[in-house]
Design a protein around this ligand. Structure first.
Ligand code: AMP
Length: 190
């Protein structure tokens, strides 16, 4: 069973590609963004309000909360194909994931980096925001998205070296069409 991390900035298409892998290739998607959004909607969650404020700002939710949410899931789905979408997002999270997988004798197969041209990505995000009126996420506004890109550059990009050293880093061109990106991913994982 495969365990794959998708690394890339907001708006690069990670979520879309995860969905294709779930729908067509029996992957189980573990998205910390989705798990956190569930918490913000759960009135009994002790952290719901705090998480919501952090997400609206575009900052990272504290490692303690995120790691608690995801590690139990990882262990309960350890016999499935898992795609990690939006986790890890900093070196500490990468190390914790590595360690908890190791404790269960599981290896990550690939960390797939979506390489992007940040200028074009920002233009795309601006267009997407201008076009979408209804079903957009509440953290999908320009200010928050640009902040999330900065947070990605500062906190998440350093993980690339971590996975390079482990020799599991694969790079794809995230500016290609959905179909082509998907083909590249399938080449890597099959
Ligand atoms: P996403 O749905 O992956 O785009 O994430 C939306 C927001 O949730 C991010 O901007 C962060 O505020 C928070 N978030 C998601 N995943 C993580 C993570 N692994 N660590 C910290 N914060 C996260």
């Amino acid at each position: 069973m495969k365990k794959i991390v998708l690394l890339g900035p907001p708006g690069c298409g990670k979520g879309t590609q995860s969905k294709i892998l779930v729908d067509k290739f029996s992957f189980f998607q573990l998205s910390t963004g989705d798990l956190l959004r569930e918490q913000t909607m759960n009135k009994n969650s002790p952290y719901g309000k705090e998480i919501n404020e952090i997400m609206q700002r575009g900052d990272l939710v504290t490692d303690e909360i995120v790691i608690n949410l995801i590690i139990n899931k990882v262990l309960s789905f350890k016999d499935e194909n898992i795609i990690f979408d939006g986790f890890p997002r900093n070196i500490n999270q990468a190390e914790v994931l590595d360690q908890s997988l190791r404790e269960s004798s599981i290896d990550l197969d690939h960390a797939i980096l979506f390489e992007v041209d940040f200028k074009i990505l920002e233009e795309r995000i601006q267009n997407r925001i201008a076009e979408s009126v209804d079903d957009k996420r509440s953290d999908d506004n320009l200010e928050t998205l640009l902040k999330r890109i900065e947070v990605y550059k500062k906190n998440t990009l350093p993980i690339v070296d971590f996975y390079k050293k482990k020799k599991i880093l694969k790079t794809i061109n995230g500016m290609e069409s959905i179909e082509n990106v998907n083909k590249e991913i399938l080449k890597i994982i099959s």
